[in-house]
Design a protein around this ligand. Structure first.
Ligand code: PLP
Length: 409
C-alpha cells in the first residue's frame, strides 16, 4: 500500500472555472443564437509583438545550425537575458541589484508555487483574501495548514481585502514568517502605493519576516505613487523576494518566461540561529529541479527590452488599459460600484445589495450574455464581488460594455 500525501485531500476541488464553463455551456445550449462574450479570462488575446516574433525566428534558425546550436543552458537563465532584466527593470530605476540575484524561469506561477519549499513546514503564512489561489494551495499541499472549514484553512492568517480598506492588506496582528503580497492585485485590481508598501517592508524588517511579492501585473501600473518594484522601498532587499512575468507584460502566457529576484542580502535561519542566504538555497533548488527556459524563448524575452519591443508592448498594454476604462465606464453607467482597472487589467465590481457573486454571474449571463468570474471563487472576502478582465479584444469589450451599460439593477 502506497500512502499519499494526504495534504492533497484537504484541498476542496477547484470547481470555479469548471462551474463557470458548465453554466455557460448550458446557457448556450438553451440559447443557440446568443453571442456570449467572455470578460472572465485571465489570458491575453493580442498576439506576440513583431520584435518578439523576429527574435524567435532568428533564435530558431540558430538552433538549426551546428555552429550556433544550444543544448542545456544555465538553469538560472542566460546572461544576456538576466543582464537585460537587470538593466531595464532595476538599474534604470535606480535599484542596485546584480545579475546573479535574478533567476529566469518558465512562469511566475511555478516560482510562487515552488518558493515555499525553502521554508520549514512550521512557518506561519499570511495571505490576502481574496487571493490568487496558487499561494494558498501550494502551502496546503506542503502541509502548512489545517483543514478547510467555513471558507478558510486552519493555520493560515488571512488578510481581508475589503472596500473599507481599499482592498489593501493591513498588517497582521500576530507574527507571521511569510506573507504573500500581490500588487497590482489579481483579482481586485488594487495596487499598493509607496507609503503602503513601506509599512509592509518596515513590518517585515521589525518582525524578521519575509515578503513574497508578486508583481506579475507591474506593466499595468499607471499611477506615479505605485512602485513598480518592491525594491524601490529602502530596506526591501533584506526582506523581500519579487516575482515577475513576461506573461501579461508581453503576451507570453503560451510562450512561458518569467523571473524571480532573490537578493543576496535576504537570509533565513536554521534551528541553531545561523543565517543562510535564500539566494544560495533557491539556486540549489533550481539547479536540482529545473533545467532552464528554452534558448529561443529567452531570446524572445530579451527582445521585449529592445526600444522596438518596448514601444510595441506598450501599445498592446495601452489597448488593454483602454478596455479597462471602457468596462469601468459601462459599470458606472449601469449604476454599479467598481474598483481596480487603473493599475491592473482587473475590474472588481460590487454586486448590488442582496445579490451574491453567483447570482450576479447568472444575471450577467442571462441579461447581457457576458461572462465574468464570481469573486467568492477567490476567497470568502470575495463574496459580493465580481471580477471582469480587460483582456478581450476592443471590439468584443465595447460590445460587452454596451450591453452592461444598458442593464438595470
Ligand atoms: N501571479 C499572478 C498574480 C497571476 O494572476 C498569474 C496568472 O494569472 C501568475 C502569477 C502566473 O504567471 P505566469 O504566466 O508567469 O505563470
Amino acid at each position: 500500500m502506497t500512502l499519499l500525501n494526504d495534504n492533497y485531500l484537504k484541498l476542496p476541488g477547484s470547481y470555479l472555472f469548471s462551474t463557470i464553463a458548465q453554466r455557460v455551456a448550458a446557457y448556450k445550449q438553451a440559447h443557440p443564437q446568443a453571442q456570449v462574450i467572455s470578460l472572465g479570462i485571465g489570458d491575453v488575446s493580442r498576439p506576440l509583438v513583431p520584435a518578439v516574433i523576429e527574435a524567435l525566428h532568428k533564435a530558431s534558425d540558430e538552433m538549426g545550425r551546428a555552429e550556433t546550436f544550444r543544448g542545456y543552458g544555465p538553469e538560472q537563465g542566460y546572461a544576456f537575458l538576466r543582464e537585460a532584466i537587470l538593466k531595464h527593470d532595476y538599474l534604470d530605476r535606480n535599484i542596485q541589484l546584480e545579475a546573479d540575484e535574478i533567476f529566469v524561469s518558465d512562469g511566475a506561477k511555478s516560482d510562487v508555487a515552488n518558493f515555499q519549499e525553502l521554508f520549514d513546514v512550521s512557518c506561519k503564512v499570511a495571505l490576502q483574501d481574496p487571493v490568487y489561489p496558487v499561494y494558498l494551495d501550494t502551502n496546503v499541499m506542503a502541509g502548512r495548514t489545517g483543514i478547510f472549514e467555513n471558507g478558510h484553512f486552519g493555520g493560515i492568517v488571512y488578510l481581508p481585502c475589503t472596500e473599507e480598506n481599499g482592498f489593501i492588506p493591513q498588517l497582521p496582528k500576530e507574527r507571521v514568517d511569510l506573507v504573500y503580497l500581490c500588487s497590482p492585485n489579481n483579482p481586485t485590481g488594487a495596487a499598493m502605493t509607496r507609503s503602503e508598501l513601506k509599512k509592509w517592508v518596515q513590518w517585515a524588517s521589525d518582525n524578521n519576516s519575509i515578503i513574497l511579492y508578486d508583481s506579475a501585473y507591474e506593466a499595468f501600473i499607471s499611477q506615479p505613487d505605485v512602485p513598480h518594484s518592491i525594491y524601490e522601498i529602502p530596506g526591501a532587499q533584506k526582506v523581500a523576494v519579487e516575482f515577475r512575468s513576461f506573461s501579461k507584460t508581453a503576451g507570453f502566457t503560451g510562450t512561458r518566461c518569467a523571473y524571480t529576484v532573490v537578493p543576496k542580502s535576504l537570509v533565513v535561519y536554521d534551528e541553531g540561529g545561523k543565517s543562510h542566504p535564500l539566494n544560495a538555497l533557491w539556486l540549489r533548488r533550481q539547479t536540482t529541479k529545473f533545467n532552464g527556459v528554452p534558448y529561443i524563448v529567452q531570446r524572445a524575452a530579451e527582445a521585449v527590452f529592445s526600444p522596438m519591443g518596448q514601444a510595441q508592448i506598450r501599445e498592446v498594454i495601452g489597448g488593454y488599459q483602454q478596455n479597462a476604462r471602457v468596462i469601468l465606464q459601462a459599470l458606472r453607467e449601469a449604476g454599479l460600484t467598481a474598483f481596480g482597472g487603473v493599475n491592473a487589467p482587473y475590474i472588481w465590481l460590487k454586486t448590488p445589495q442582496g445579490v451574491d457573486s453567483w447570482a450576479f454571474f447568472d444575471k450577467l449571463l442571462q441579461e447581457a450574455c457576458v461572462v465574468g468570474t464570481p469573486g467568492v471563487g477567490f476567497g470568502a472576502c470575495g463574496e459580493g464581488y465580481f471580477r471582469l478582465t480587460a483582456f478581450n479584444t476592443p471590439q468584443l469589450t465595447q460590445e460587452a460594455a454596451r450591453r452592461i451599460a444598458g442593464l438595470s439593477f
